[in-house]
Design a binder for this molecule. Structure first.
Ligand SMILES: C[S@@+](CC[C@H](N)C(=O)[O-])C[C@H]1O[C@@H](n2cnc3c(N)ncnc32)[C@H](O)[C@@H]1O
Length: 292
């Protein structure tokens, strides 16, 4: 079992390894699997690191490749990190924003959260996205069928304490530092378009939504899409690493056996802390399936 400790306001350490924690959270975030991924995945020396399901970016931030294509269907994630990359979002601007709106949240609680959520669904402002993500229920990201953010409030009006804001701002500063002098491109796109860019010598890390679960990150993840992803992964000339759950105490992931059994599997126990449903909080065996 790995030893996990919270080092300081912004550091996170697993077995003496310091982990960069991103300022955005999401269900299925791979923070605790970073050492496991680092152990088995190699960043290409001359090729491009490609992540078509970037999510919070935690895997790329910790592997720190020189050149990367980072994409996701969720434009808010992409816009947020583009903002950090081009300097429009900084730890200073985030502090100002979170302090201002955090005070209002303290006074009006849920009503203010709902107002911010309504405004975000009209203005798509990345700073609003950060505020909502860090004040919502379990750091979830979920949209309704009209594409509107619909996660409820965490029910903590004093959410944005000084220490919490500092923690978030440090996370922004850390991510900003890691991006410096790197050739990283953030694009909002479907995973197919990202796969089409991959060449021999590149490395594609894929962490798709779970089949048959109510993922609702951005739309559904049907079985046909999962099968199509397996076909792309087999056909590309690039190396591929798939992150996926293998089994828990209730279920086995048959899709993995049906479509990925020819890749080399490495496994580890994992426990998800983020997730709305109690049933999603059970330990899980996670695997990395690698084609090199
Ligand atoms: C399991 S999460 C990735 C988590 C990420 N590895 C992390 O640790 O933060 C899956 C991601 O896939 C994205 N996604 C869902 N459907 C997609 C699609 N069709 N094309 C591209 N990205 C998609 C979601 O927006 C979500 O960010």
């Amino acid at each position: 079992m790995r030893a996990i400790s919270q080092l300081s306001l912004f550091d996170f350490e697993i077995n003496d390894e310091k982990i960069i924690v991103p300022p955005i959270k999401c269900q299925g975030i791979k923070t605790k699997l970073v050492p496991f991924i680092k152990e088995h995945v190699s960043v290409p020396e001359n090729g491009t690191w490609i992540e078509p399901f970037m999510g919070t970016g935690v895997v790329t931030f910790n592997l720190a490749p020189k050149k990367a294509i980072l994409t996701d269907k969720n434009q808010h994630l992409i816009n947020f990190y583009k903002g950090i990359q081009n300097g429009t979002i900084t730890s200073t601007s985030a502090r100002k924003f979170l302090e201002f709106h955090g005070k209002k949240l303290e006074v009006s609680g849920k009503d203010y959260y709902i107002q911010m959520r309504k405004e975000f669904n009209e203005n798509s402002d990345p700073m609003y996205f950060l505020f909502l993500n860090r004040a919502d229920f379990n750091g979830m990201i979920r949209f309704n069928s009209k594409g509107q953010f619909n996660v409820p409030f965490c029910q903590k009006p004093n959410r944005f304490s000084k220490a919490y804001i500092t923690k978030i701002c440090n996370q922004i500063a850390n991510v900003s530092n890691i991006m410096k002098n790197k050739d990283w491109t953030f694009v909002c796109s479907n995973w197919q378009d990202t796969f089409d860019k991959a060449q021999k010598g590149d490395f594609i890390y894929i962490d798709p939504p779970y089949i048959g679960r109510d993922t609702s990150y951005v739309g559904e993840w049907p079985e046909e899409e999962a099968v199509s992803l397996a076909q792309y992964a087999h056909n590309t000339e690039a190396s591929v690493c798939l992150s996926m759950w293998k089994e828990n105490e209730f279920r086995t992931n048959n899709h993995l056996y049906d479509y990925w059994s020819d890749f080399k599997w490495f496994e580890q126990n994992h426990f998800y802390h983020i997730g709305g449903k109690e049933e999603n909080r059970h330990p899980m065996i996670e695997i990395l399936a690698i084609k090199s």
